[in-house]
Every structure is written in C-alpha cells, then in structure tokens.
Design a protein around this ligand. Structure first.
Ligand code: SAH
Length: 352
C-alpha cells in the first residue's frame, strides 16, 4: 500500500528540494547526511515506499512514514501513436487529468511535460488554451511525470528519458515557484540529474519571468513567438498586450543561456495569417542580433480551431527566406497527431 493513501496531512517529500528536505530533516532532529540519503532514495527508479530505503534504520523508516510520504503518478491512460509517440494521461489526487508525451527520436527520447492543468494564456490556435485554466501543478506533480514515464520505459526496455521539454499543458513561467523547485530537483545530481543542456522551458512570453528564470538557474529557453509584428501577435496571443514584442525580445537578450546554446523561437505557421514572405522577412529582422534558432510548426489543425496549415510550397518559401538570412531553421514534423498528442492538442478532460 502506498504511503500516501491516507496522508493528506503528511508532507510530500517530492515537493521539497534537497535544501528544503535538509531543513525538514533538521526540524526533526536528523543530520544533513540523512537528508541527503533520503533525498537520493526518492528519485531512484522504481522506489515506492520508505520500507525500500534499506540503509535507513527501521525506526527511522517508520517515523518517516508517519510524518511524510512521497507522491507517485501512475498512468491512467497510455496511447501509442503509429509514429512511436506515446501519450500518457495521469489522474491527479483531485481527479484532474494531465498529459505528458514521449517522443522517441533516433538519438534520444524527449519527454514533453505539463506545468498546469489547463492554461490561462488563451492563445487562439492552441487547444489547451480553449479549455481554460484549472490550477497550477505542484513541484511534485511536475517531477512525478518524469519519474512515472522513466519507470514505464524501464519496464518495457525502451531506454531512458534524456531530454525534457516543458511544452505540454500550461504556461510554465506562470507557475514560477513550482517550476524553479522542479527544475532544481530535475537537475540535482542526487535527484533526476538532468544536464542544464537537456531541459528546455517553453514560454508564450512572460518577459519578467524570463529574466528571473535566467538569473535563478541555467536551462534552455524556447519562446513561442508566432508573429513578427505586434498587431498580428496581439490577435493570436493575448499575452502580447501585456508584454509586446520589444519587451519580450529585450528579455530574451538579457536571458543567460547554457554555454554555446541559442534561444529557440517557435513559430506556428497559420495559413493566410502569419505565413507570407513579408512575414518571414520581418521575422528575420526582428531576431537580428539574438543567438537564435527557429522552429517552424505547421499548424496542427483541429475542428475547434479556425486555422489551417499552409501548403508545402508556402512552408518551404518561408523557411528559405530565413535560411538565406543566416538562421538555423527547422520545420518540425508533427508527431503523434493520430492520438491528439501533437503540439497544441493536449486537452485532457478531467472528471472532477
Ligand atoms: N505555454 C508554453 C508551453 C506550451 S508549448 C508556450 O506557449 O510555449 C506548446 C507549443 O505548441 C507552443 O509553442 C505552442 O505555441 C505550440 N502550439 C500550440 N497550438 C499549436 C497548434 N495548433 N499547432 C502547432 N503548434 C501549436
């Protein structure tokens, strides 16, 4: 029986960074090295109870189980796309559902995780946006997605998660404190031990939080740009009225990246809206002087959304203009569309 079944009052240790766990342990009269031991157990593959932490005394394990627990997620739904993409649906303690998507590529497994239930940003082209905002995920709920998928891969001998992107449901920078804690645990060598170069936070453009993120820790940044002028961006992304392009790009210039890394700018191509040659030229000028690479995402269509994907020629022409001006530009293949796991398609229905 998991330790947390009857434990609303208990502390979820997966909500604590190593420093916080050390303070928690100290408050219970435990020395720092014990906290370190416990912390490292929490993130070992397959661990599900204090009883398994065999280098702690039985007495300590029992008293921990009285005061604390550590949450775990188990997939309620798992769907495999015909291109190998796997979508996991997790039911949270309050009945709400979130989704994570594993994208196996030749050289690595990328896991796309959620930071909120729903999203308040209301981008016009995004299905998550149409479901509205429900709540922030806790630090534990963010980290638990990674643990759960890693365990599942291990069980099926499918390798390990070696790249993480915050591109699932929600706006990570709108859940700032929990994001920072989760990143701290994900990067901790005794936690999940991800290199700063293997985690990317994607944002619709919360400028002050972009700057603060870069000051707090090192991580890759992706910015969902989607338009090269304020008029178009205002129409597509309400956040642009608060932080217009000039403010957003100033924040990007201030952001301190991992060494030799560039900011990724994501640009969803919407037929007849932002996909003309002039738009490409404007985009090239806008990003001038920024260490940038550009990901073009031909719009994933959905019946609820009034947007279409441009034809291949339009996409090629847009890409070529940027390439000619010296940018690294990738057209991202849409993965997992048959199971609604592609960008902007995550909109799990919650039962509560
Ligand atoms: N809120 C964050 C994280 C979501 S990432 C952000 O905005 O960056 C999800 C990515 O998919 C974003 O770049 C988003 O703009 C993009 N996206 C949303 N709807 C899409 C659609 N219909 N087609 C293609 N990409 C889409």
């Amino acid at each position: 029986m998991p330790d947390h079944a009857s434990s609303r009052q208990k502390v979820d240790l997966r909500n604590l960074t190593r420093a916080e766990l050390t303070a928690f342990a100290a408050a219970h009269g435990l020395p720092a090295f014990r906290a370190k031991q416990i912390f490292s157990w929490l993130y070992r593959p397959g661990i599900s109870s204090f009883a398994e932490m065999t280098d702690l005394s039985k007495e300590l394990r029992e008293s921990l189980a009285k005061e604390a627990f550590f949450s775990r997620l188990t997939p309620a739904v798992k769907e495999v796309s015909n291109d190998g993409t796997i979508k996991y649906g997790f039911r949270l303690d309050d009945g709400k559902m979130i989704e994570s998507v594993l994208i196996p590529e030749e050289e690595r497994n990328t896991l796309c995780i959620s930071s909120q239930v729903g999203c308040a940003m209301a981008c016009a082209f995004c299905l998550t946006g149409t479901m509205g905002f429900s709540r922030n995920l806790s630090c534990a709920e963010i980290v638990d997605q990674v643990c759960a998928v890693s365990n599942d891969l291990r069980e099926h001998h499918l390798g390990v998660v070696n790249n993480l992107v915050f591109m699932g449901m929600g706006e990570p920078l709108a859940n700032f404190d929990n994001l920072i804690k989760a990143l701290t645990i994900l990067q901790d060598e005794l936690g999940l031990h991800f290199s700063e170069r293997r985690i990317t936070v994607s944002t619709c453009g919360l400028a002050p939080q972009i700057i603060e993120l870069g000051q707090r820790l090192k991580v890759n940044l992706a910015v969902s740009l989607h338009a090269a002028d304020n008029e178009t961006r205002n129409r597509l992304m309400p956040i642009n009225r608060r932080y217009p392009l000039e403010t957003l790009l100033d924040a990007c210039r201030e952001f301190s990246l991992p060494r030799r890394k560039r900011i990724t700018f994501e640009y969803v191509l919407l037929k007849g809206i932002n996909d003309s040659d002039q738009d490409a030229v404007k985009l090239a000028k806008l990003l001038h002087g920024i260490q940038a690479k550009i990901n073009l995402l031909p719009c994933n269509e959905a019946p609820e959304l009034p947007f279409a994907k441009p034809g291949q020629q339009r996409i090629d022409s847009f890409q070529n203009i940027l390439k000619k001006r010296g940018y690294t530009v990738l057209v991202r293949a849409s993965r997992g569309a048959d199971i609604s796991a592609a960008c902007g398609q995550l909109a799990a229905k919650s039962s509560a």
